[in-house]
Design a protein around this ligand. Structure first.
Ligand code: MG
Length: 216
């Protein structure tokens, strides 16, 4: 059973929900259509790694992209909750990487097939520890970034999300239901690019979380 670290406690990981196409500039860079409702996909829990564990690129892809994202941790069951109450179900926030085998995803998209093979390999879901929502003044104006080998690659601000954290939680609670232990990747800003063996990744949420991952 996989666990994650929330305010220093090991908790059992539930479902891993991911939102795609949630930042306009990233939608443009991949030439995707702008969504009218959240685009949702999932990763298996076997894909999770935490700081200190290495990213392992799958041998069936030659183009694994980093997607640096804010992550929500849900700490109680949520069914059909309103946007107004949605943030009451948040037990923590973190940052992480939704690693994506872009070449595999492109082939699957062309065929109209699910993206799971592109998004679900072991280490495809990198997570930091999670911090208390009480430490965040306003989740809708939070800046985070990713450096690869010391060079700034991605910079995001949650104010640029097309669907806010509250909208995402409310939506997921209505369509799927959320349970304690679930985490939600909230989408990536622009700047996605390929990783190479030996790369050093530094994820930073200014003043709150700094975490590193290396590519084996
Ligand atoms: Mg993503």
């Amino acid at each position: 059973m996989k666990t994650i670290l929330v305010e220093g406690r090991e908790v059992t990981l539930g479902n891993i929900f991911c939102i795609g196409r949630n930042y306009a500039e990233h939608v443009k860079e991949l030439k995707n259509a702008k969504p009218t409702e959240p685009v949702v996909f999932m990763k298996p829990t076997s894909a999770i790694i935490q700081a200190g564990e290495d990213i392992r690129l799958p041998d069936y892809s030659h183009d694994v992209h980093h997607e640096c994202e804010l992550i929500i941790y849900i700490d109680k069951e949520a069914n059909s909750v309103s946007q107004q109450r949605a943030l009451d179900y948040v037990g923590g926030y973190g940052i992480g990487l939704d690693l994506t085998a872009r070449d595999v995803q492109s082939q699957l998209k062309t065929k109209g097939l699910p993206w799971t093979k592109a998004k679900g390999f072991p280490s495809a879901a990198c997570v930091s520890h999670f911090i208390s929502p009480k430490l965040i003044d306003d989740i809708n104006v939070q800046q985070f970034c990713l450096k690869v080998n010391g060079e700034l690659r991605q910079q995001g601000n949650t104010k640029d999300m097309m669907f806010t954290c509250a909208e995402i939680i409310s939506y997921l609670s209505k369509v799927y239901g959320l349970q304690a232990g679930d985490i939600i990747y909230t989408g990536t800003p622009a700047g996605v690019a390929a990783l190479q063996s030996g790369d050093e990744l530094e994820l930073s949420w200014a003043g709150k979380i700094d975490v590193k991952f290396n590519v084996a």
